[in-house]
Design a protein around this ligand. Structure first.
Ligand SMILES: *[C@@H]1O[C@H](CO)[C@@H](O)[C@H](O)[C@H]1NC(C)=O
Ligand SMILES: *[C@@H]1O[C@H](CO)[C@@H](O)[C@H](O)[C@H]1NC(C)=O
Ligand SMILES: *[C@@H]1O[C@H](CO)[C@@H](O)[C@H](O)[C@H]1NC(C)=O
Ligand SMILES: *[C@@H]1O[C@H](CO)[C@@H](O)[C@H](O)[C@H]1NC(C)=O
Ligand SMILES: *[C@@H]1O[C@H](CO)[C@@H](O)[C@H](O)[C@H]1NC(C)=O
Ligand SMILES: *[C@@H]1O[C@H](CO)[C@@H](O)[C@H](O)[C@H]1NC(C)=O
Ligand SMILES: *[C@@H]1O[C@H](CO)[C@@H](O)[C@H](O)[C@H]1NC(C)=O
Ligand SMILES: *[C@@H]1O[C@H](CO)[C@@H](O)[C@H](O)[C@H]1NC(C)=O
Ligand SMILES: *[C@@H]1O[C@H](CO)[C@@H](O)[C@H](O)[C@H]1NC(C)=O
Length: 472
């Protein structure tokens, strides 16, 4: 159903005497060249970019400790530096397990006393946040809990499900909701005391899923209403500009179900950012019908397996960089404003963007897919309407706050496309292309001038190319 209006006549062969009735070029099947048009219209605008990210949760932030001090810095710069990975979201775990929690001992009743303290360097998340801030001073720190302290829950344990005492169907003798709200706010205060601002605060991680073995707490949309209706006003009182998330479900469909239930009780105004994960279902349609204008961020995804896939496009598996470029494209077209990988770094497997192996590290090409978007469509950029003439060439367009325009294009064909790109409603006059494929990592390539609101460009086979246009 994509772009049917533009399809007719948009695909034409470049070579002269060919007959393309059967789709093959006259000079033989090994010499196919194609062209199509891309139309960008700045008058039609969608969501505002929040950015790309990753997490140092569950000890991931400590996995760089085996590297030299210089390489530890280089890894964080590679992820968060504007001219490298271009990330801006860091998702912290508000730890609930022994040794990782800010509440090492639990009072007998919700009346307290509560003795909070940050455990050491917060399992290396604090130094990671500090270094990330050095390379991206506008870091968007998302502090998120996987579970309440065990003693606040029906099960008495932080791992393996249970619900917070006080919500419907919890059937506890005491109501711990306010205590949980205070505990989450306390984590923000402990970071603030160390000079680090949290931007977004979350009470849930995958509340639709019981992993049985590790930190987890369940909630349906009705139970989320029972907690958020206490939590949301408390957050706003403590930190008026701190945003509240809901609810990091395992997939877009699971998140829709939760939001639907929350909305039935009138709870759609009890959060500021709609957060979901991409594990159990990916996004098929915008969340807009279930929201009151809040932005959406995909806050976690990766492969839990042991394979490490550093490549861009060698095997076609879904953890190659090329595939992630298209996953993100699809999310953006469905009005998603941010996209976070699971771990930033780890010691094996596709759960991380960077693999650390003793004293060396390797960057997955997935990060170059992130960079193709987030280096150029910076936080605050607004998505513009952009249509490609053909299905296999994917396009989004973004206008930064200073008027510069980023056009990330992904060519899924195994042959190059010549693109005739037209822009309406912008002032850009010239640009530079940045190429990512098997041999290039967001490499600056050709420059070009924009004339009469259009320019011609070539995109290589199986490549992502970001056209970055400015007016000065
Ligand atoms: C491809 O086709 C074009 C136009 O017919 C021709 O000029 C060119 O030489 C061909 N290239 C190869 C490698 O056959
Ligand atoms: C509070 O916790 C700190 C650090 O864990 C500890 O040193 C202190 O004794 C505790 N205070 C009380 C009153 O339990
Ligand atoms: C953070 O604490 C861990 C122990 O939990 C330690 O191994 C690591 O060196 C510390 N990192 C920094 C940067 O202080
Ligand atoms: C609630 O708890 C009481 C006391 O433990 C128990 O008798 C009752 O069966 C529980 N009700 C439900 C619905 O679980
Ligand atoms: C943190 O937030 C406070 C209040 O919103 C602001 O005054 C301060 O400048 C911020 N600090 C940093 C380091 O961004
Ligand atoms: C880690 O490095 C060792 C020694 O250089 C090598 O044998 C091993 O294959 C590496 N492991 C991974 C997962 O890259
Ligand atoms: C691109 O990055 C990969 C790691 O993702 C690295 O192995 C490769 O050498 C880099 N290539 C260039 C041309 O920088
Ligand atoms: C406009 O903003 C973009 C994104 O922050 C930046 O890369 C670019 O250099 C800026 N352009 C000018 C002319 O300042
Ligand atoms: C383009 O330039 C005009 C005139 O200077 C200005 O009014 C308009 O806001 C600019 N548009 C953008 C998108 O920067």
């Amino acid at each position: 159903m994509r772009h049917t209006g533009l399809l007719a006549g948009a695909v034409t062969a470049v070579s002269a005497q060919a007959s393309y009735g059967n789709g093959y070029g006259g000079a033989g099947p090994n010499n196919l060249t194609f062209e199509t048009s891309i139309k960008v219209n700045a008058a039609q605008q969608y969501q505002k970019m929040i950015g790309g990210g990753c997490s140092g949760a569950f000890g991931a932030a400590c996995t760089t400790n085996t590297l030299s001090a210089a390489d530890q810095e280089a890894v964080v710069q590679t992820l968060f530096g504007e001219n490298y990975g271009g990330l801006s979201i860091l998702r912290n775990l508000i730890g609930s397990s022994k040794g990782a929690t800010i509440l090492p001992s639990c009072p007998d009743t919700p009346a307290g006393p509560f003795n909070y303290s940050l455990p050491g360097n917060d399992t290396c998340q604090l130094p990671l946040a500090r270094t990330a801030l050095k390379y991206n001073p506008d870091l968007f720190l998302y502090a998120d809990a996987w579970s309440a302290p065990g003693c606040f829950k029906t099960t008495g344990m932080e791992a393996g499900g249970g619900v917070i005492c006080g919500v419907r169907r919890s059937n506890c003798t005491q109501d711990w909701r306010e205590a949980y709200a205070n505990y989450l706010i306390e984590y923000v205060k402990l970071y603030q005391q160390r000079g680090i601002n949290v931007s977004l605060l979350g009470a849930y991680n995958e509340p639709d899923f019981n992993p049985f073995t590790y930190s987890a707490m369940l909630s349906d949309g009705y139970q989320a209403y029972d907690f958020l209706s206490i939590f949301y006003p408390m957050v706003k009182k403590a930190f008026p500009s701190l945003a509240v998330s809901c609810c990091d479900s395992t997939g877009a469909r699971q998140q829709r179900d939760l939001l639907y239930e929350l909305g039935r009780l009138g709870g759609t105004n009890l959060f500021d950012v709609n957060t979901y994960h991409n594990y159990q279902s990916d996004i098929k349609e915008p969340f807009d019908d279930l929201l009151k204008g809040q932005p959406t961020i995909e806050t976690e995804w990766s492969d839990g397996g042991t394979n490490w896939t550093p490549t861009w496009d060698k095997s076609g598996n879904n953890f190659e960089g090329f595939q992630w470029a298209i996953y993100m494209h699809n999310a953006f077209r469905n009005n998603v404003a941010g996209w976070s990988h699971w771990w930033c770094t780890w010691t094996g497997g596709d759960a991380a963007l960077i693999n650390v192996n003793g004293t060396s590290y390797q960057v997955a090409a997935r990060l170059w897919a992130f960079s193709g978007y987030f280096r150029f469509a910076r936080p605050g950029a607004v998505r513009l309407d952009a249509e490609s003439g053909v299905e296999e060439v994917y396009v989004t367009a973004w206008q930064n706050t200073n008027g510069s325009v980023a056009i990330p294009v992904v060519n899924a064909a195994h042959y190059a496309y010549t693109l005739d790109i037209s822009l309406a409603g912008t002032n850009v006059s010239h640009g530079v292309a940045y190429l990512t494929d098997n041999d290039h990592n967001v490499t600056m390539s050709e420059g070009f001038a924009v004339s009469g609101g259009r320019f011609q460009a070539v995109i290589e086979p199986r490549a992502m190319k970001t056209y970055f246009l400015d007016s000065q």
